[in-house]
Design a protein. Structure first.
Length: 175
């Protein structure tokens, strides 16, 4: 885990498998920090949405334009100095590499939880999908800027833990 101070307003990607609460935690984190928020799923193209709606999973080639769109959003926030928080599964290292290429200082907050907790949270979808995501997951490497957070506690606690882990300039973190 490496969280070096780089900017006044960070660019953060909240990652994890289904059921970790990525969107909820990312939204709370953005509110707490006063940063723009984006839902990663909103960056999917109509063709990707149609494919998923037909029950066909996206492959890496399908995901690349989606990741590049999220990367552009992060880059724009970074260039403007506003920072931002986006939820995005980013399960594989090369997905995070795409985001990091667009925004080199991006910080990843990877939400984790037990399979049992996740299965209870996503009772609306087949557990085979969860198992597939868990099998695909490549945890953050020691050279990736970010941290893993236990998604078991309530989302406010998880978001507050995320705030506490972020690098802050000499002026300090927000109240």
């Amino acid at each position: 885990m490496s969280l070096s101070a780089q900017r006044q307003s960070p660019c953060i990607v909240v990652t994890g498998v289904a059921g970790t609460g990525k969107t909820t935690v990312a939204r709370l984190l953005a509110e707490r920090l006063g940063l723009p928020f984006a839902e990663g799923d909103d960056f999917h193209s109509p063709a990707e949405i149609a494919k998923m709606s037909a029950g066909t999973p996206l492959d890496d080639a399908d995901r690349q334009p989606w990741l590049e769109s999220i990367g552009r959003w992060l880059h724009e926030r970074d260039a403007a100095g506003s920072g931002g928080v986006v939820s995005c599964s980013a399960l594989k290292r090369h997905y995070r590499d795409t985001l990091r290429t667009a925004c080199p200082g991006v910080i990843f907050l990877h939400l984790t939880a037990s399979r049992e907790l996740l299965a209870n949270r996503i009772s609306f979808m087949p557990t085979s999908l969860l198992d597939s995501q868990l099998a695909t997951l490549e945890p953050l490497g020691p050279d990736e800027q970010g941290a893993s957070l236990d998604a078991g506690p309530d989302p406010h606690t998880v978001a507050n833990t995320g705030v506490d882990l972020l690098p802050w300039p000499a002026s300090g973190k927000p109240d």
